[in-house]
Ligand binder design. Structure first.
Ligand code: SAM
Length: 242
């Protein structure tokens, strides 16, 4: 396999911002929809998210359903939130930016590594044919599965285990999104990509990474690198030790 690094791209938007403005207003279903519209306009469009399908999915999925009760009022805030088990959910902008990089089509079979709350898996479920999402914390996987079932996402399948090894029984995948930081691009995930497939993964040290987009074309691998970001570690055989 030939590896070609295209460029180290300077993106016009920050991949990770730990601080931001709380933009949550009001209560109830109407205000939830209003909060989503405001989030899409103020946090996503204004920072360069252009894919209308991604924007529509972000405007549709009720993020507060996935957030622990004590933080539900912050569901549309412009910052990451704690979700239990020492893990976090990324701010909405990071979710949208990573999903946009996948260039999803409605026919795609997708793997997400790092289910967390299940929110990003729901966004993927809106945009692709089938989504397998895998989480190493059983309590997070169980909770996400239940929320996704309640919201009717029949095409999103939650698995429990070490996702750094992919999910060989459902491979190949057209698109793979890793929502945790890897020390290097996991070889197994590249091998589970279909021809023409795209893998989006934060790669670097435990404290700082770059989001890398790997595009597999025949026996060639093209890598595009984006700006700095900070994710919780990918813990597993092809990730970090605990
Ligand atoms: N996408 C999630 C959401 O929408 O809530 C947030 C993902 S959170 C930033 C990263 C998740 O990756 C954590 O829940 C963590 O437990 C999980 N994780 C880390 N290493 C993993 C591995 N080897 N396999 C599966 N999940 C892993």
């Amino acid at each position: 396999m030939r590896l070609i690094v295209i460029a180290s791209l300077k993106t016009v938007y920050p991949w990770d911002t730990m601080f931001g403005n709380l933009s949550n207003h009001g209560n109830g279903a109407d205000s939830s929809a209003q909060n989503r519209t405001r989030m899409v306009d103020e946090q996503l469009r204004s920072r360069g998210i252009r894919d209308e399908r991604v924007l529509a999915a972000m405007a549709k999925v009720p993020r507060e359903e996935f957030i622990p009760n004590e933080d539900a009022a912050n569901a549309y805030g412009d910052f990451p939130l704690a979700i239990g088990a020492g893990q976090t959910i990324s701010q909405p902008y990071i979710v949208a930016a990573m999903v946009e990089e996948l260039e999803l089509t409605p026919e795609d079979r997708v793997l997400e590594v790092g289910t967390g709350t299940g929110y990003q898996a729901a966004i993927l479920g809106e945009l692709a044919a089938d989504v397998w999402t895998i989480e190493r914390h059983a309590e997070l996987a169980d909770k996400a599965r239940e929320i996704l079932r309640r919201l009717g996402y029949k095409n999103v399948h939650v698995l429990y285990g070490d996702g750094s090894l992919g999910v060989v029984e459902h491979a190949p995948f057209n698109k793979i999104l890793v929502a945790a930081a890897a020390p290097r691009v996991p070889e197994t995930l590249v091998s589970q990509l279909a021809d023409g497939g795209r893998l989006v993964v934060p790669v670097g040290s435990r404290s700082e990474q770059q989001v890398e987009v790997i595009h597999k074309l025949g026996d060639q691998i093209f890598i595009t690198k984006h700006d700095l970001c900070r994710f919780v570690p990918l813990v597993g055989e092809q990730g970090w030790e605990l």
